[in-house]
Design a protein around this ligand. Structure first.
Ligand code: NI
Length: 257
């Protein structure tokens, strides 16, 4: 069995086909999925999804791209959702994304920190989105060493991965590992210790080879991600499935059973 630790089943590219997408994942052995809500409206769709499918769990947070568009009481709203929904397993995805000209670091940082405070108070793990912002994110996380976390869709260098691993982070590998032009991600997929590695799709984005540019990504395709990571590490698919599943359960807790 495999767990897709990061997907967006409530994205408009998947939502109309959601039930079939979940069934196709189950059919290939992806028996757990964590669907991520990126902003206040999406959080409600995530709550709907986790109510519909016993295999689907959720995480909610404000994505750094949306840091400028949130109501001032967003933390209270998230707290209320967590209180009523034991199948919401983590605060995520939150973090820093300095990619592109519109990125606003001054806006993103306080939103990130408020959510780490919430994770700490609720004793929940955090799912971090970090793009072109590893130094700042590492410096903020120095104050939150007690909040277990995964750096999802890791796209940093091997050296950056090493800094995160020394802090106790888990590292999430997506279908980028299958792309020809991604030697850094393959290097990271090899260096992460067996007990810190997670696999994910980040669907509907980042379809892996061999379905890249052919199909919209969905949790079933975490099979392709895991196959590539296993080949890269020189382990069999079954061993990789076992270790990454154990890691997901350690990070996200016994409710993921
Ligand atoms: Ni995501």
């Amino acid at each position: 069995m495999l767990i897709d630790t990061h997907c967006h089943l409530t994205d408009q590219a998947i939502l109309p086909d959601q039930a079939a997408v979940v069934q196709r994942a189950i059919a290939v052995g992806v028996q757990r999925m964590i669907t991520i809500g990126t902003g206040p409206e999406d959080h409600l769709r995530v709550v709907d999804a986790i109510g519909l499918y016993p295999q689907v769990f959720g995480a909610i947070a404000v994505h750094p791209h949306l840091a400028g568009e949130i109501p001032s009481d967003f933390i209270a709203a998230m707290r209320a959702l967590f209180a009523g929904q034991p199948r919401l397993l983590a605060v995520g995805e939150c973090g820093l994304d300095y990619h592109g000209p519109s990125a606003n670091a001054a806006l993103q940082r306080p939103v990130f920190i408020q959510q780490l405070e919430l994770a700490r108070q609720l004793k929940l793990p955090a799912i971090l989105h970090v793009r072109d912002a590893h130094a700042d994110a590492l410096s903020i996380m120095a104050d939150y060493a007690d909040v277990p976390h995964v750096v999802h869709c890791f796209t940093g260098t091997a050296e950056e991965a090493d800094r995160w691993l020394k802090r106790g982070a888990y590292v999430g590998i997506t279908g980028i590992v299958t792309y020809k032009n991604a030697p850094d991600v393959r290097a990271v997929a090899m260096l992460v210790p067996e007990n810190r590695l997670l696999v994910e799709t980040d669907s509907p984005y980042l379809s892996p080879e061999p379905v890249r540019k052919i199909k919209i990504n969905e949790p079933a395709f975490v099979v392709h991600v895991a196959a590539r990571v296993a080949a890269q590490r020189g382990v069999c698919a079954e061993a990789l499935a076992q270790s990454t599943t154990a890691n997901a359960r350690r990070l996200f807790g016994p409710r993921l059973e």
